[in-house]
Design a protein around this ligand. Structure first.
Ligand code: ADP
Length: 650
């Protein structure tokens, strides 16, 4: 009587590389309610060093006679005990010829040292079925990055499948993992077996064959494609079935699963998986969800873009080669977006392309990480976890930076207020001291008053410089640019310091070659810069010296030119070694003795010149004097005389 028989026709025992003895196999399958099994231990060729090694390692049947005898013995016992039909067979393997062929229902050994056609003929001569053993490469090899298996996998039959189509009786399609492989699509007769080596291989795809429970009928039904596929998962179902009777945690297919303790869990991310390989998407989604992530799936670029916009995932797992919009384009779209969430989205690229320049390009256009197919599932999950951790840290850091920024702003504004409040009383202390000095005092009093005046001037200057430095970095200065008369600005500088000059008996001479010259500048910054240069000239020039202040402009014929404001003293001068360093903040030259200062004046002047698109120059000779000048770009129409001179200079 015909019925659907539960069958597994690819089983290895301890006769080759299986871990379970033949009797035990019968017990396992018999208790699991199977109708028919075929024990198909390896029988390897002896034509290559590796196959000889396999023989030595005991992974190939040593004595086929004993093997067949044993199977014959257990066949009777299996039938009686479990009503299980045991069929003798072999998996004939030849490494040189690169084939594995299952011989189902064999009476005796088959010579493996021949080509595939010879083996198939011998099988048929014995009345057996020739089944192509796991013909195409397994998806799991790629998913696990198992290059060794990819390399080892026999492909002779699959590569020439058209030639073998009418010789091979059935093609194995479900070698534990690859149910939806290429065999089914080729419309060849197929059969699902477990390629059993260990007890847990029971959980795998099996065949249901519509036939009477005897060898000839089963073989006939396979050839006639009266085969249905069945995922045998009884052990797992029993263990995992919860109270309400719904199985839980059963993979959608027999797909590779990441073990729980393989890695640390960073759960809770929303991950969009974009790939046109549906099986791969399913497999990734299943494993990521087991890790506590929420997954969204898309199978081409357009669909992915829609889902990115509507779902705003935390992470994209992105295949590069996709129909419509490819992974590169999608990555660029995401990174070019104005949305902060999109810009911060993690992107992990997957691709079959392994060229280093592709990786670099991917990272350049904004991917965070890159994995080449085939990749190991564990590695992918690990990278996803790492990426999510990185994203989390970055966003936490960004929040911290923001809060630090705002607390710094508060502190700065407090500091500015305090500094400003300090300045007013300091200035009035200084001016009061000067007023009293003018009234004429005895030597002791005027010495003290002078110290008060100088110190208040120094402190005010220091406060100004500190505040100005702050303004410079805040770039608020640009808003305050205006047209300023240079000559009058220089005059103000001289007026401020002429008192100090006269006290030192130092003459200040001012020469301006132009009657009126206006430049666009930040008036108070420029004023502070000029004050610094003039006060340095006075400070570093001994009593009775002379400081020449000059303003001169050089223009070309197009009317643009350079303005030079110079301060020339005949003071102590600067040694050559120091000339390059004196513009660095806090640097004070070797020439300094008792002169007060903080080494900030010149660096301030340099910044002012830079901000106005100008330069600061210095010429100096020890004990002879120094000449500092600020060069600033200017525009205007001036007399031919200056224009001529400018032409030479610029
Ligand atoms: P400070 O005068 O407070 O030391 P500056 O930045 O204004 O700081 O000047 C840096 C250094 O450059 C001074 O310490 C001094 O050695 C040197 N220097 C600046 N101007 C002159 C000058 N006119 N003559 C000689 N040395 C100068």
């Amino acid at each position: 009587m015909k019925k659907w028989l539960l069958v597994d026709l690819h089983i290895h025992s301890t006769f080759s590389d299986g871990s379970v003895p033949a009797e035990e196999i019968v017990k396992i399958y018999g208790e699991a309610g199977f109708d028919a099994i075929d024990i198909t231990d390896h029988h390897f060729d002896t034509q290559s060093p590796r196959s000889l090694e396999i023989h030595e390692e005991g992974k190939s049947v040593k004595n086929t006679e004993t093997y067949f005898k044993k199977i014959d013995e257990i066949t009777h016992w299996a039938r009686e005990t479990y009503d299980l039909l045991v069929i003798p067979g072999l998996e004939i393997c030849n490494l040189l010829e690169d084939y594995h062929i299952l011989g189902i229902d064999l009476k005796e050994a088959i010579n493996p040292n021949q080509n595939a056609e010879g083996v198939i003929e011998e099988i048929h001569r014995q009345g057996g079925l020739a089944i192509a053993s796991h013909p195409p490469l397994k998806l799991s090899y790629f998913l696990n990055g198992d290059n060794e298996s990819i390399h080892r996998h026999p492909l002779h039959l699959w590569k020439r499948r058209e030639r073998y189509a009418d010789k091979i009786d059935a093609w194995e399609i479900a070698n534990r993992e690859d149910l939806f492989g290429d065999v089914g699509l080729e419309r060849f007769p197929y059969i699902a077996n477990s390629d059993f080596h260990k007890p847990h291989h029971m959980t795998s795809w099996k065949s249901m064959i519509y036939a009477e429970k005897e060898k000839e009928a089963i073989k006939k039904s396979i050839v006639e494609k009266k085969v249905a596929l069945f995922f045998f998962n009884e052990v797992k179902e029993k263990r995992d079935l919860p109270q309400n009777g719904q199985p839980k945690d059963i993979p959608p297919k027999d797909i590779p699963i990441v073990q729980e303790d393989d890695m640390k869990v960073t759960a809770g991310a929303k991950i969009l998986i974009v790939d046109d390989e549906k099986d791969l998407v399913e497999m990734l989604a299943y494993n990521l969800e087991r890790k506590g992530h929420k997954t969204i799936k898309a199978y081409d670029g357009f669909e992915a873009w829609e889902k990115i916009e509507s779902e705003m995932p935390d992470l994209l797992i992105l295949d590069l080669m996709m129909p419509n919009l490819d992974g590169w384009e999608l990555c660029r779209l995401v990174r070019r977006s104005q949305s902060k969430a999109m810009k911060e989205m993690g992107i992990l690229m997957l691709t079959a392309r392994a060229m280093p320049e592709d990786r670099v390009y991917g990272l350049e256009i904004g991917a965070d990480d890159y994995l080449t197919k085939p990749f190991s599932l564990n590695e992918l999950i690990l990278r996803v976890e790492k990426l999510m951790e990185k994203r989390k840290t970055i966003s936490q850091l960004a929040e911290k930076v923001e809060s630090l920024h705002s607390s710094m702003e508060t502190k700065e504004s407090n500091l500015r207020r305090i500094a400003h409040d300090l300045k007013s009383p300091l200035i009035s202390i200084g001016f009061s001291a000067r007023r009293m000095l003018r009234k004429g005092q005895n030597e002791e009093a005027s010495g003290a008053l002078k110290t008060i005046y100088d110190s208040s001037l120094n402190l005010t200057r220091w406060i100004d410089e500190t505040l100005f430095f702050h303004d410079l970095t805040q770039s608020k200065w640009q808003e305050q640019m205006k047209e300023v008369d240079v000559k009058s600005l220089v005059q103000q500088t001289i007026d401020l310091l002429k008192e100090s000059a006269s006290e030192k008996n130092t003459e200040i001479e001012f020469k301006a070659s132009l009657p009126i010259l206006k430049i666009s500048c930040h008036e108070s910054l420029m004023y502070r810069g000029l004050v610094n240069l003039l006060s340095n000239a006075l400070k570093y020039t001994p009593k009775g010296g002379k400081v020449e202040v000059g303003v001169i402009a050089y223009f070309n014929k197009r009317g643009s030119g350079v303005l030079e404001i110079s301060f020339k003293d005949n003071g102590i001068g600067i040694c050559e070694e120091d000339l390059e360093k004196i513009f660095e903040p806090y640097y004070r030259g070797k020439n300094v003795s008792t002169e007060e200062g903080k080494g900030l004046g010149l660096s301030f002047v340099k910044q002012v010149a830079d901000l106005h698109g100008g330069r600061i120059l210095v010429q100096s000779e020890p004990n002879k004097g120094s000449r500092f000048s600020i060069l600033l770009p200017v525009k205007g129409n001036f007399k031919a005389e200056e224009t001529e001179r400018a032409h030479e200079v610029i």
